[in-house]
Design a protein. Structure first.
Length: 361
């Protein structure tokens, strides 16, 4: 399955590591869990001794709190700015705790209860009426019946009435299927069932969520990576892996990435490394975005000229990312290149400054 899939789920990408953790796991497991809490923690933040890679870069105590929440009867709600690895963290936690991360609902304005709970195979429904055979389980029903983690991505994008269908599964641990009769009309959650939801602070907020549902979640905020070196190392590792998968024969240049990550951080925070105020872009300048720009820079360099990308490629790629939804942002970006890149030491800063005319408009 690994061969031609663009991005297999975490339990497939890291199957070897999960097997190793299971073998060496002598800790107690919460009921229904595939790993102990400590082994699950190692899976997410890494363990050098066992050769487990660090996958989520961030506060280990956040990961501890998240895991403890999953062992209680509350759901876990990960909130934060776009591109701070909320989805990645939820995927890793689900893979560690229940061995699968694919029981996932993608929230949106058109999400219906059918897509969350269950629907019907209409041919069978017409032929033999509602029965366990004609029932088509969706992630929530499967998670409850199998005792696994259900992921609910971007929950706040769903209509409020739809979000509320989580209420009785989370509080009473039961899902009613009124169309069926007898014992099949109630699905009781097995040990191990819980929900990890994610919500983006730029979308419609979690404030609008019903108070009843909010009470059934513990909230954790995922923050952007605080220091430059850590973010740079992550962007380098991720971009290198992505470029290799894209058939690019050269790793990204460290000095180009340094300029890229520095510029992203400064435009995100509205402050330079030296503490001077600068324009802050209204678009998203997240780590996830930095990774995808680094990928694009490498692709441009390699497929257009057979070399790793340069700061000039960076300018070309920035226009499509940084100044997506606001013409103001393009002007701010131009000002940044003129005023900030112009005054700095280093070949790549110089190249960035000289390529500023590549910005459109
Ligand atoms: N702290 C981090 N640790 C590991 N990877 C990170 C981190 N921050 C950003 N990334 C990068 O960002 C990608 C994850 O972005 P992800 O889609 O999970 O973010 P998100 O917070 O869910 O964003 P959105 O709100 O837009 O859905 C990762 O694949 C990785 O390349
Ligand atoms: Mg996400």
């Amino acid at each position: 399955m690994n061969d031609h899939v663009q991005r297999p789920p975490a339990e497939v990408r890291h199957a070897g590591e999960l097997a190793r953790l299971r073998e060496n796991d002598d800790g107690d497991r919460p009921p229904g869990w595939a790993l102990s809490l400590r082994a699950a923690r190692s899976f997410v933040i890494g363990d050098e001794k066992l050769g487990i890679s660090r996958k989520f870069v961030g506060d280990p105590s956040l990961v501890d709190r998240a895991l403890v929440t999953l062992a209680t009867s509350r759901g876990l709600m990960l909130v934060g700015e776009p591109g701070t690895a909320k989805s990645l963290l939820s995927e890793l936690l689900a893979a560690a705790v229940s061995g699968t991360s694919t029981l996932t609902v993608q929230g949106g304005a058109s999400t219906t209860e059918d897509q969350i709970k269950y629907s019907w195979n209409y041919a069978l429904l017409v032929a033999e009426g509602p029965s366990a055979r004609s029932l088509v389980p969706a992630p929530l029903l499967r998670g409850m019946a199998e005792g696994r983690v259900v992921r609910f991505e971007e929950i706040t994008r769903c209509p409020l009435e739809v979000q509320d269908c989580l209420l009785s599964p989370l509080s009473d641990r039961v899902l009613a299927v009124p169309e069926l009769t007898g014992p099949e009309s109630m699905v009781f959650a097995k040990e191990g069932f819980t929900v990890i939801a994610t919500a983006n602070t730029r979308d419609r907020g979690v404030n609008e969520m019903s108070a009843a549902l909010k009470r059934r979640f513990n909230f954790e905020t995922v923050f952007p990576i605080p220091d430059l070196d850590t973010e740079l190392a992550l962007v380098e590792a991720e971009a290198t892996a992505l470029l290799r998968r894209s058939g690019v024969g050269a790793p990204p240049r460290r000095d180009v990435l340094e300029v890229l990550v520095t510029a992203f951080r400064e435009l995100r925070e509205g402050r330079t490394g030296r503490g001077d105020a600068t324009d802050r872009l209204s678009g998203v300048m997240s780590t996830a975005e930095a990774v995808s720009v680094a990928h694009a820079v490498g692709l441009r360099g390699w497929f257009l000229r057979g070399e790793p990308g340069t700061a000039a490629d960076l300018v070309s790629c920035l226009a499509g990312t940084a100044a997506k939804d606001d013409p103001e942002d393009l002007a701010k970006l131009r000002r940044y290149l003129e005023q900030q890149a112009g005054g700095r030491h280093g070949d790549q800063w110089r190249a960035l400054y000289e390529a500023r005319h590549l910005l459109p408009g």
